[in-house]
Design a protein around this ligand. Structure first.
Ligand code: IPE
Ligand code: IPE
Ligand code: MG
Length: 243
């Protein structure tokens, strides 16, 4: 889906966020267990991360597990958690070496303590990196993020650290899980669903969206590059009139 514009091509997106959907259907259509699709999906993550710098993308944010995904069969949830552990274990050192700053967004407390430890370990190890910013959303839901931020803001008001009149958009942003990150320029959802399923509601107020039919395990670097090029032909007005 592309909104063509005849104006000068704009620069490419520097922050791309992806709703990586369609792993289950990819597997089921091949008579494979759904987890096989998630495994293939994890391979795609590696390739897309590697491809970003060359495409001018400095920030990549990936939706890996939503606050609603706990409703899935326990075996699938466990399999996904195992894949997250494996991804951090296998890719962590490379991300550290390659200057990637890794962040995780989403509520942590519901995750197993060993996974939480792996996550904060990798965040700490990459804290000083700035060549590329990889953010992975695990147990993330936009409403949950805004609720948690609101509770913390209310606590800060109660303690007298901030006053309610001083709460601005910048204050809210500082309390969100994405504090310090730019808003996404482009949000891609794979697998042909036209919804956001709770992904970055505050941050996407002026994002461009691309809904592609390809299922995530089939989303190659070339298809990703196509979306990046398509973004360059859009005209973003941010509420103003065309310049
Ligand atoms: C996306 O693929 C991965 C997660 C939500 C964890 P799905 O597992 O949602 O795949 P479909 O939508 O069932 O095909
Ligand atoms: C959204 O996909 C969440 C992730 C990709 C992690 P879902 O497959 O969970 O979303 P719905 O159920 O189709 O809305
Ligand atoms: Mg899905």
């Amino acid at each position: 889906m592309e909104c063509g514009s005849s104006s000068e091509p704009s620069v490419g997106p520097t922050h791309v966020a992806i709703i990586m959907d369609g792993n289950g259907r990819w597997a089921e259509s091949r008579g494979l267990p759904r987890l096989q699709g998630h495994r293939r999906g994890a391979d795609r993550v590696r390739e897309i991360v590697e491809a970003c710098p060359e495409l001018g993308v400095t920030h990549l944010t990936l939706y890996a597990f939503s606050t609603e995904n706990w409703k899935r069969p326990a075996s699938e949830v466990m399999g996904l958690m195992r894949l997250f552990r494996r991804y951090i274990r296998k890719e962590g050192a490379r991300l550290v070496d390659e200057g990637v700053r890794v962040r995780f967004i989403g509520g942590r407390e519901r995750l197993e303590p060993d996974l939480q430890a792996q996550m904060s370990g990798l965040e700490a190890q990459t804290r000083m990196n700035s060549r590329f910013h990889l953010t992975i959303a695990i147990n993330y839901g936009g409403r949950d993020e805004i609720l948690r931020a609101t509770r913390r803001m209310a606590d800060a008001v109660r303690r007298g650290e901030i006053s309610s009149e001083d709460i601005t958009a910048d204050t809210v942003e500082a309390y969100l899980d994405t504090a310090g990150l730019p808003d996404p320029d482009l949000i891609i959802r794979t697998s042909g669903e036209y919804r956001v399923s709770g992904f970055l509601p505050w941050q996407s107020a002026y994002s461009e969206f691309a809904f592609v039919d390809t299922r995530w395990p089939d989303f190659t670097v070339e298809r990703f590059a196509q979306q990046i090029r398509g973004f360059g032909r859009r005209e973003r007005r941010f509420g103003a009139v065309a310049g």
